[in-house]
Design a protein. Sequence first.
Length: 58
Amino acid sequence: MGSPCKHPKVRVVAREEDIEYVECQECGEVFDSDEFRDMALEETQAKDGDPDDDEVRP
Ligand SMILES: [Zn+2]
């Protein structure tokens, strides 16, 4: 198997209530945007901490 697609380019193909369905322009996979956000979060969390922790309190 090759490297898994990271779905760099997606577009919204359908919307239901508060759920958006997006399709990857690279591999054609369709998933809901919540799922996609989780995938994207996993990547950003690896290099980025919670910004709220850095806030200086008076
Ligand atoms: Zn993809």
